[in-house]
Design a protein. Structure first.
Length: 108
């Protein structure tokens, strides 16, 4: 088993951060996940996971500029770190390894 592990939702959020690269922020991550999963997600859940992954050093963040459209608030952008990418690669390898063990079964 990998030294670092991710829960299912953590993995999905980290995948979305990686997919959006340097343009990932809370609402864009939420929107991307809701579109992919076809279900509603609480923005607080996304922010909690982002904070936890930043503490684990799987992502790092930076603030964008202040904009009028956001009422003078700045967006907090996230980018995956080398460690975060390594963890995703380990998760992918683990899942693929287990998936490949499924025998060829016909359900027809």
């Amino acid at each position: 088993m990998a030294q670092h592990s991710l829960g299912e939702f953590e993995e999905l959020v980290l995948l979305m951060v990686a997919a959006q690269h340097d343009e990932a922020y809370g609402v864009s991550i939420l929107s991307g996940l809701e579109k992919e999963l076809d279900k509603s997600i609480n923005i607080s859940a996304v922010h909690v996971v982002l904070k936890r992954m930043e503490d684990k050093e799987f992502v790092r963040s930076r603030f964008g500029g202040i904009t009028e459209e956001r009422g003078g608030r700045r967006k907090k952008y996230y980018v995956i770190t080398a460690l975060g990418k390594k963890v995703l690669d380990e998760q992918f390898a683990l899942r693929t390894s287990i998936y490949n063990r499924i025998p060829k079964i016909s359900f027809g």
